[in-house]
Design a protein around this ligand. Structure first.
Ligand SMILES: *[C@@H]1O[C@H](CO)[C@@H](O)[C@H](O)[C@H]1NC(C)=O
Ligand SMILES: *[C@@H]1O[C@H](CO)[C@@H](O)[C@H](O)[C@H]1NC(C)=O
Ligand SMILES: *[C@@H]1O[C@H](CO)[C@@H](O)[C@H](O)[C@H]1NC(C)=O
Ligand SMILES: *[C@@H]1O[C@H](CO)[C@@H](O)[C@H](O)[C@H]1NC(C)=O
Ligand SMILES: *[C@@H]1O[C@H](CO)[C@@H](O)[C@H](O)[C@H]1NC(C)=O
Length: 397
């Protein structure tokens, strides 16, 4: 027993001692939105409720109205640490309120939710005068050497939620894109950002353990969705290359070991089990996929709903119909019922479609509420020349 405890300690020390390839911290305003995390069993017998809605409230643009700049941005996702709810957005451009001219831009930016009862109210704590236009997620020094070169720059983009690991620690996956001209970028792989929150001094530290977590030669586990159940993080990645976004593959890692690649295991649906060997996608591996959609996936959120007594995947498909859809399962590894229900069709802007649809369950997990009965949803709305996030909330029957 003493020996195995020692081995465990060494493993933890090793993973903790790793020097991140990039790190930075930001002071955050003290804004607390209490919520109660769910504590689901790994496998449940779903009580099927129809996915019909009794109420929809449109909140409009997600925005910090006290910002000195007018900020447009897209994508993004949220998670909570110590009852602070963080939002991270992609390509964020700041315009002067007086001249209307662009004054700066960053590959991503971070904000806090002001008030769960007013889901569209944010407080930006990057892309403000005190931080300048630095991205929230730090570049490696090599990536940073391209900043300012529009045609060759790197970008770190996310379309999914971060996921809470401990009271003060979360993980989040970003796509690493490299531009080859001003308009075209290539996906190089994903990268993990680890958020550590200091609730006493109100500081968040953002670290990237490696430049790439999963290179573009493998599935981008964690880039589609992540959920933590019973101390294990489940990471979902889309096979875009061979399945045309129809197949979702699954990896898992015990919380505490997430920065150590050796502890990751990979699900094979056909074999009903996990293996330490990462599947190498040289062709479509349909039978190994944890979800084989009847429609291609684009973005989404996996979470547990107490109200539905089921794991839900709320998502946008890749057909740009601006519609939130839902799938359900008795466990993170399924079996997922792939016959989806259309929850709500959002109204598209002048450029034809919304994208980046996801869900933020924490907003309606305030003390006394039944988790999953109400849900906050968010998408990227394309106005004439700008894009901004829009929020709404829905109530299930
Ligand atoms: C967060 O809020 C919940 C609900 O009020 C409370 O039970 C919990 O202790 C809070 N957590 C922290 C870390 O403050
Ligand atoms: C969003 O915030 C900007 C910056 O403060 C402000 O100029 C604008 O009016 C806000 N827009 C909405 C729709 O809240
Ligand atoms: C994958 O990433 C590498 C850089 O690591 C890049 O050179 C290559 O073009 C990418 N492959 C594809 C298919 O985009
Ligand atoms: C699968 O989901 C659909 C849509 O929500 C539902 O109508 C159907 O009953 C579900 N099937 C099973 C086997 O649970
Ligand atoms: C959307 O675009 C129109 C036309 O350019 C503009 O008048 C309006 O202010 C924009 N709305 C927002 C919230 O940016």
């Amino acid at each position: 027993m003493a020996i195995s405890a020692l081995v465990l300690l060494c493993a933890v020390a090793l993973s903790a001692a790793q020097t991140p390839v990039a790190s930075q911290s930001f002071p955050i305003p003290s804004i607390v939105n209490p919520w109660v995390p769910t504590n689901p069993g790994y496998y449940v017998t779903p009580v099927l409720k129809p996915f019909t809605l009794s109420k929809v409230t449109n909140w409009g643009r997600m925005n910090d109205s006290s910002q000195v700049y007018n900020v447009y941005r897209d994508g993004g996702g949220s998670c909570s640490l110590y009852n602070r709810t963080f939002w991270v957005y992609c390509d964020s451009t700041a315009y002067s309120k007086t001249t209307g001219q662009i004054v700066g831009a960053a590959s991503n930016s971070m904000s806090l939710a002001m008030d769960f009862n007013q889901p569209n109210k944010l407080k930006d704590f990057t892309l403000i005068p005190s931080t300048g236009f630095a991205p929230a997620i730090p570049f490696t020094s090599y990536e940073a050497s391209f900043s300012g070169n529009t045609a060759l720059r790197y970008a770190l983009w996310t379309y999914t939620n971060c996921v809470q690991l401990t009271e003060t620690r979360a993980m989040h996956f970003f796509k690493v894109q490299k531009f080859s001209n001003a308009y075209t970028s290539t996906y190089y792989g994903n990268t993990m950002a680890v958020y550590t929150m200091d609730p006493v001094n109100n500081i968040i530290t953002i670290e990237r353990p490696q430049e790439f977590w999963y290179a573009n030669t493998t599935y981008g586990y964690g880039s589609f969705a992540s959920v933590v159940v019973n101390g294990v993080a489940y990471l979902y990645g889309i096979d875009a290359t061979y399945s045309g976004n129809y197949d979702i593959h699954l990896a898992k890692v015990p919380v505490g070991y997430e920065t150590n690649m050796k502890y990751y295991r990979y699900y094979d649906s056909a074999a009903h089990g996990y293996s330490y060997t990462m599947p190498v996608p040289t062709a479509r591996r349909q039978s190994a996929a944890v979800i084989q959609g009847t429609e291609p996936f684009s973005t989404g959120t996996v979470f547990w709903s107490d109200y539905h007594n089921a794991y839900l995947l709320v998502f946008f498909n890749n057909w740009v119909d601006s519609t939130f859809r839902v799938l359900s399962a008795p466990s993170p590894a399924g079996p997922w019922n792939v016959s989806n229900t259309a929850l709500y069709q959002s109204v598209a802007g002048p450029r034809g479609f919304n994208y980046g649809g996801n869900a933020s369950p924490a907003y309606y997990q305030q003390p006394g509420q039944v988790a999953g009965k109400e849900l906050m949803l968010q998408y990227s709305y394309q106005n004439k020349s700008n894009t901004y996030p829009v929020g709404l909330s829905v109530t299930f029957n």
